[in-house]
Design a protein around this ligand. Structure first.
Ligand SMILES: [Zn+2]
Length: 297
């Protein structure tokens, strides 16, 4: 299974809560092959995605899209709402205002609903490369207006994507591993987000070893440097008896690091007795380093 299929499989197997159900389905449909009175369809090489699309529509509207298989060399799957009456029933749920090319954000009841919408959109038109080879995540959006709207909505969440012309449509993309991690976490693919973080650590350790071999130690990668800084700060606070007086959450993070000096962030998150995210843990280490730097100056 490709990395992309594996991410999509994780996204498809997440539970969709009641408030998010319509938003998820909407993202899936809007970013598919067609979403209009003439046609509501998704075309994909991924059978699981085609089934996910059909299921989402069935759960929301009790309408069963047809799934057809085609393509001789590369199999393709087309999931499609066949009857016009059914398409009308679906489209009647959305307020398009003056244009079918706008995102109806009244569907997003809460923040989680927008995240589910993005998840649906990514399943329809998204692609992610294997991080071992290249950091790249993209949405291939068929119309420019919708792409620009998605770009603006994501920016509000602090996720910044670049855009590039792609035929009639627009491609939104990023090659920044940190943005990819954020986006995967936002959509709920936390397992794969952790995997990227891990790949990054492994890559940077490999790099730093290679650089050390080349006697170029000034270039030790940022990630390795960061973990060294964490331990230096914690050890210092410990040596001046400040460790135990840290706020509970920082103390927990520090202890976790001291008990597992060689562990990656991903492993630390797993080893932690309380639920933690990588970015949350990273943030705590950041705080510890700030305290350490203040004390030193
Ligand atoms: Zn929701």
């Amino acid at each position: 299974m490709s990395f992309c299929s594996s991410v999509k499989s994780e996204l498809l197997n997440l539970r969709v809560s009641g408030c998010c159900r319509q938003a998820f389905c909407y993202g899936f449909m809007l970013f598919g092959r067609a979403f209009s009175i003439k046609r509501i369809a998704l075309q994909t090489a991924n059978e699981e995605v085609a089934r996910g699309y059909a299921n989402a529509i069935f759960q929301n509207y009790k309408i069963k899209p047809e799934i057809k298989t085609g393509g001789s060399k590369k199999p393709t799957f087309v999931a499609e709402v066949i009857s016009e009456a059914d398409r009308l029933k679906i489209l009647a749920q959305y307020d398009f205002g003056m244009s079918e090319e706008l995102i109806d954000d009244s569907i997003f009841l809460r923040d989680c609903c927008f995240a589910s919408f993005v998840r649906g959109a990514f399943l329809s038109c998204g692609n992610i490369n294997d991080p071992e080879k290249e950091y790249r995540l993209e949405f291939n959006v068929k119309t420019e207006t919708i792409a620009l709207e998605l770009q603006a909505l994501l920016l509000r969440e602090g996720i910044s994507l670049k855009s590039a012309k792609n035929g009639k449509g627009l491609k939104l993309y990023t090659k920044d591993s940190a943005v990819i991690e954020d986006l995967l976490t936002f959509m709920g693919a936390s397992k794969h987000s952790l995997e990227i973080m891990d790949t990054k650590v492994i890559k940077s350790v490999k790099n730093s070893i290679n650089r050390a071999r080349n006697c170029d130690s000034a270039n030790i990668s940022k990630t390795v440097e960061a973990s060294i800084r964490q331990r230096r700060a914690i050890e210092f606070l410990k040596s001046v008896d400040r460790l135990e007086s840290l706020p509970e959450e920082l103390l927990q993070a520090a202890k976790l690091r001291l008990e597992n000096p060689e562990a990656t962030l991903k492993e630390l998150v797993r080893l932690s007795s309380e639920p933690l995210t990588i970015s949350g843990l990273n943030h705590r280490f950041q705080k510890i380093i700030e305290i350490y730097e203040e004390m030193k100056n």
